[in-house]
Unconditional design. Structure first.
Length: 499
């Protein structure tokens, strides 16, 4: 294999390891925070904290309007130009847009504080806390904007640092506040954590601002619109997609509760949470590196961009397949650890959702071509409209036919359908097709995972787990061998030890 291709494979694996470690660390911080909040503030305090956090997150997403995603291609393109003036101008525009979004979020929070207090707690008693929450929204939006700068400039080590250290500092600073002021200190702790988060990230990004000796003209509203309208429009589509996806999930839970019962809703959400926690870290880790890299290549070299999509697909399937097979094998143990024995009835659904993750992973690199090209019509009609309508229809039908397990069958059917549609539409829209070697890898890996899933339906416990264990070992060995062909694991390990 050519050395340049080996280096790209190593870069993909390296960035995934860096961000995957950061995501795992953040998950542990969240677990510790949850335990501390539960022990210090008790259940009532946890409820208040959850409401305030969800309110801040919702207002943050609405005010950002997807800028944290839509600005990445522009920053990446400016960074790839190696022109300090272009990069400086792009960063100024993006930061002004983020500042406008932060101020919008602050004003909206102040204006909606009485309403949010009444909706959340049934009285105006918490209005003052929602007023203070405006500062949290402001700091979080500003911090997210600076993270977008780091991602677009592909400063991955600093991005990983900002994803781990500030949340840990926020946790350490919030505990004394909880101990002294109890529930009255919840929003104060959030403000302090948000301020520390923004300050740490801003320190990292200020050191990356390129020197520009030429005079910088003022940025007017007209200039912001001329240079940032594409970012705003693309971000608006992203926001609409997020809102429609949230609404679809909400309508599906209503359908399940009315057609079946509330217990099925709880079982479905718990099973989904397991697969998200178990496998979603990989998607998050890879997106941090892959999206800006692809955004830079897609504007300069179509051939190299298509190579990157194939390479990303191969690495993703080689990492995901063993994880999914391990989840299929150990589903009852994972459920007992993360939930309670009451949820053991979701074992088959967890396995089916895990299998669905393989096909979601196969869609991931291809679908990002639309995001890298800022193809808003494709994203709106295919992913927002068709994707959500199809998901609701298939999931509802499968639940009516097969009950709780039908939700797992529905998720798997949706994932397979999405993969087939992505292969066809991406080729029609952009001229991209998966390489023959990639197809062979997909075929072998998915068949191994499918065989492991099929064995989980066997009635004999000994035969079932014996067969799944053997297949899982074969799958791990196969994926490691294929990964070794691409990055030379021993050489990569020696290089890492030297660092």
């Amino acid at each position: 294999m050519e050395q340049s291709h080996v280096n790209i494979y190593r870069r993909i694996v390296s960035s995934t390891a860096v961000f995957g470690g950061a995501q795992v660390f953040n998950a542990l911080v969240n677990i510790v925070r949850g335990k501390l909040v539960a022990s210090i503030l008790q259940s009532g305090g946890m409820g208040i904290s959850s409401i305030m956090t969800n309110a801040a997150n919702s207002l943050q997403q609405l005010s950002l309007m997807g800028l944290n995603v839509s600005a990445v291609p522009d920053i990446s393109k400016a960074h790839a130009s190696d022109d300090a003036r272009i990069l400086s101008a792009t960063l100024r525009i993006v930061r002004r847009l983020v500042l406008a979004a932060a101020l919008l979020g602050l004003v909206a929070t102040l204006a909606l504080s009485p309403l949010m207090s009444r909706l959340s707690f049934g009285s105006d008693a918490y209005t003052w806390q929602f007023l203070l929450l405006a500062a949290v929204v402001f700091f979080n939006v500003m911090a997210t904007g600076e993270l977008t700068v780091l991602q677009g400039m592909r400063r991955y080590k600093r991005l990983a640092f900002c994803s781990t250290v500030p949340p840990l500092c926020g946790l350490l600073l919030s505990v004394p506040i909880y101990l002294v002021w109890g529930t009255r200190g919840i929003v104060s702790a959030m403000i302090l954590g948000g301020a520390v988060y923004f300050a740490a990230i801003k320190y990292q990004t200020r050191r990356l601002t390129p020197p520009d000796a030429s005079p910088r003209p003022p940025i007017t509203l007209r200039t912001m619109w001329q240079h940032g309208s594409g970012i705003i429009k693309f971000g608006a589509v992203m926001t609409v997609g997020t809102l429609v996806g949230t609404l679809t999930t909400y309508l599906l839970t209503i359908f399940i509760s009315r057609t079946g019962n509330l217990s099925d809703v709880g079982f479905y959400q718990a099973a989904g949470a397991i697969t998200t926690q178990y496998i979603g870290l990989i998607f998050t880790a890879m997106a941090a590196d892959y999206f800006p890299h692809l955004s830079g290549l897609v504007k300069t070299s179509r051939r190299e961009a298509f190579h990157l999509v194939n390479q990303q697909t191969e690495i993703l399937i080689l990492i995901m397949t063993p994880l999914v097979m391990l989840l299929i094998l150990t589903a009852p143990i994972v459920i007992r650890i993360l939930l309670t024995p009451e949820f053991l009835s979701t074992g088959r659904m967890v396995r089916l959702l895990g299998m669905a993750c393989i096909f979601k992973a196969l869609c991931f690199p291809m679908d990002y071509l639309a995001y890298a090209k800022s193809d808003t019509p494709y994203i709106f009609w295919v992913e927002v409209v068709w994707g959500n309508a199809k998901t609701f229809a298939v999931m509802a039908l499968c639940y009516c036919l097969w009950g709780l397990d039908g939700l797992g069958y529905g998720a798997l059917a949706c994932a397979v359908l999405d993969f087939v549609l992505s292969v066809l539409l991406i080729r029609w829209r952009y001229g991209f097709s998966l390489a023959a070697a990639t197809w062979r890898l997909i075929t072998v890996s998915s068949l191994l995972a499918a065989a492991c899933l099929a064995c989980s339906f066997l009635h004999s416990t000994a035969l079932k787990y014996g067969a799944m264990a053997v297949l899982t070992l074969v799958g791990i060995a196969f994926c490691l061998a294929q990964l070794n062909r691409r990055i030379d694991l021993k050489a990569a390990w020696r290089k890492m030890k030297m660092r």
